[in-house]
Design a protein around this ligand. Structure first.
Ligand SMILES: Cc1cc2nc3c(=O)[nH]c(=O)nc-3n(C[C@H](O)[C@H](O)[C@H](O)COP(=O)(O)OP(=O)(O)OC[C@H]3O[C@@H](n4cnc5c(N)ncnc54)[C@H](O)[C@@H]3O)c2cc1C
Length: 380
């Protein structure tokens, strides 16, 4: 079978793969994105809470909080048409079970230079004061993943990045010329023309280890969670509000712009299952999710959340977003969300990339530079 040769082959057409392709195209001639789905940004880049993190969520990881502070304004500027900010955002601190006190949270926000103010009385009154110590008003927006997809699709086309949909990457192999060959197949399992690249980037998020395992390479230690976020219609009094209770077994609600409703996520009930991927004991997370019975945890989420915000009892479930969430082991210690950017020992030109949150794309140029790849910011 004949194969095409590219400077960079990116496996995975999520937000990370597409963003990386644009960075690489600024200095490379031939860049291709290989995506198994029939469109871009259909997996974790769609099924998430749509929060553009500005640092407030990470009082236990100063590094993640500071990186978010730097990345937030860049995201908001670069993706201005994809940002949704027609709501007020509040972070509350629980009195019991919280890993931070209100005083510690205030100090943390001062330390990272994050603007905040005490929430007005009518917002504080939404909360049960026996359970909530303080409520802070902040400015933090959401993103619309459908607009993000449209925007990236247009930018990839304009930049001349090739996109191959319905193409599943199966295996990476070294070839004689010092490049790497990627074996691919169609959605029906038919072998497709292989793709050759000087660099291959594995941006498959929860499928990172699938490609590595098929290629006979050592897996990356990751934790997988099968997650459910309820999609809810808020009562009028909460419609233009985002609420997050910090920092422990609590909940958050955020507008979900493409569907005109909110997501409700709960630290205890959003994960339905979790597991660590180990060598030889891996199963396909997409297949696992597809086979999952999807019995909603919404009743438990709302039963707990309404104790903190009684008005939430009036919200109505419209459905749920289900997805596999992939976490690095260190996230369990401090809830941080660093980017993973790792060359494989066996083939240094095969690089695994996984961003714990969307604004981490701005860490890519720095990581690329460490491997000797210079890129320009295509938007600057
Ligand atoms: C429940 C949940 C809530 C979250 N909330 C937020 C939030 O509020 N804010 C935030 O910033 N981040 C949040 N995140 C994290 C965020 O969603 C991810 O960091 C981001 O979407 C990862 O993008 P990605 O491109 O790496 O992954 P994905 O969007 O999953 O893209 C991976 C792509 O690879 C493709 N693929 C997989 N295997 C192959 C293969 N073999 N061949 C070809 N293609 C393949 C898939 O089809 C997919 O399109 C959340 C995540 C979850 C799950």
């Amino acid at each position: 079978m004949k194969s095409h040769t590219y400077d960079a082959v990116i496996v995975g057409g999520g937000f990370f793969g597409c963003s990386l392709a644009l960075f690489l195209r600024s200095t490379m001639s031939r860049v291709v994105v290989i995506e198994m789905g029939d469109d871009l940004l259909q997996r974790a880049s769609y099924h998430n809470q749509a929060r553009v993190h500005r640092g407030y969520h990470y009082p236990r990881s100063l590094m993640t909080a500071l990186r978010s502070r730097l990345n937030y304004p860049r995201f908001v500027e670069d993706f201005a048409d994809c940002v949704y900010d027609e709501f007020d955002q509040y972070y509350a601190v629980g009195r019991k079970l919280s890993k931070v006190s209100a005083g510690q949270y205030r100090n943390f926000m001062n330390r990272i230079g994050a603007p905040m103010r005490e929430a007005p009385a009518e917002v504080r009154d939404l909360f049960e004061s026996k359970l909530i110590e303080a409520v802070f008003a902040v400015t933090e927006c959401a993103f619309d993943p459908v607009r993000l997809k449209q925007c990236l699709r247009a930018r990839l086309e304009e930049a001349g990045v090739e996109v191959r949909l319905c193409t599943q990457a199966r295996r990476v192999m070294p070839d004689a010329g010092g490049t790497l060959t990627l074996e691919c197949e169609s959605s029906d399992g038919e072998a497709l023309e292989p793709v050759r690249g000087s660099w291959i980037f594995n941006c498959t998020y929860s499928q990172l280890n699938g490609l590595l395992e098929n290629s006979g390479l050592a897996p990356i230690p990751i934790k997988q969670e099968l997650t459910e976020m309820a999609l809810v219609e808020m009562p009028a009094g909460l419609r233009n509000i985002g609420l997050t209770v910090m920092c422990g077994p609590f909940f958050s609600t955020m507008p979900f712009p493409p569907l005109g409703c909110h997501t409700l996520s709960h630290v205890r009930y959003t994960p339905h299952a979790h597991w660590r991927e180990r060598p030889g004991a891996r199963f396909d997370p997409y297949e696992y999710l597809a086979a999952h019975a999807r019995k909603t945890h919404f009743p438990m989420m709302i039963q707990d959340a309404r104790r903190y915000v009684p008005m939430l009892a009036e919200c109505r479930q419209k459905g749920s977003l289900w997805e596999i969430k992939t976490l690095l082991p260190q996230s369990e210690l401090d809830d941080g969300r660093p980017i993973l950017f790792q060359r494989t020992a066996e083939h240094p030109n095969l690089i695994c990339v996984m961003g714990g949150k969307i604004d981490n794309i701005y860490d890519l140029p720095h990581e690329l530079k460490k491997t000797g790849i210079e890129v320009h910011d295509p938007k600057r």
